[in-house]
Design a binder for this molecule. Structure first.
Ligand code: E4P
Length: 212
């Protein structure tokens, strides 16, 4: 499973990318607002840090405006992916942008039916949200597994991005359910390497090395 970083903070992206395991970046309007910067400025900087898909989300409600915004954002760099909402307008915009060779990511996906629409529209990526489903007390691993199953049965090329990841359990569930990608906040990604037995083992080996 590929790992994307889910942030608009360039320092976090730089630090995670330096670890060598980041294949892409996802942003959304909330993450951009948190940085207090313009979407275009942040995106320009991110493309210089990670050579992989970089999702930039449109903010307009109707298909025509989303298409226009998507075309402008896509001009920034070949790696830009236009993130579109799971609405009929978003699906219409997806279909048009895909025909023009622009990569898309249909976001705010919470059901197999919604994922099916994104896949039929030819989306490059679809983003089911694990954390928000979990918050609502709903099953997350099953959703990813079922979307992956539909993808396999019909041979869709759309890649599944497990999003809204809050903890290590979400990452493990996404991987076990067959997600293509998990997009992970920086703090959660850094926790992936932690294990108390690794720390204990490191101490034992360091002591052994000193005792020579
Ligand atoms: C990524 O594509 C999503 O926008 C993001 O993971 C949403 O996460 P949240 O539910 O924590 O806002």
């Amino acid at each position: 499973m590929k790992l994307f970083i889910d942030t608009a903070n360039v320092e976090e992206i730089r630090a995670a990318a330096a670890c060598g395991i980041v294949s892409g970046v996802t942003t959304n309007p909330s993450l951009i607002a948190k940085e207090g910067r313009k979407l275009e400025d942040v995106i320009h900087e991110i493309v210089s840090l990670v050579d992989g898909p970089i999702s930039a989300e449109v903010t307009e409600g109707d298909a025509e405006t989303m298409i226009a915004q998507g075309r402008d954002l896509a001009k920034i760099h070949k790696n830009i992916v236009i993130k579109l909402p799971m609405t009929w307008e978003g699906i219409k915009a997806c279909k048009t942008l895909v025909k023009e060779g622009i990569k898309t990511n249909v976001t705010l996906c919470f059901s197999v039916d919604q994922a099916l629409l994104a896949m039929e529209a030819g989306a490059t990526f679809v983003s089911p949200f694990m954390g928000r489903l979990d918050d609502a007390g709903m099953e997350t691993e099953e959703l990813i597994r079922n979307i992956a199953k539909v993808k396999a049965i019909y041979g869709y090329k759309t890649e599944i991005i497990a999003a809204s990841i809050r903890n290590l359990k979400h990452i493990e569930s996404a991987a076990l359910a067959g997600s293509d990608i998990a997009t992970i906040p920086y703090k959660v990604m850094m926790k992936m390497i932690e294990h108390p037995l690794t720390d204990a083992g490191l101490k034992i080996f360091a002591n052994a090395a000193k005792s020579k």
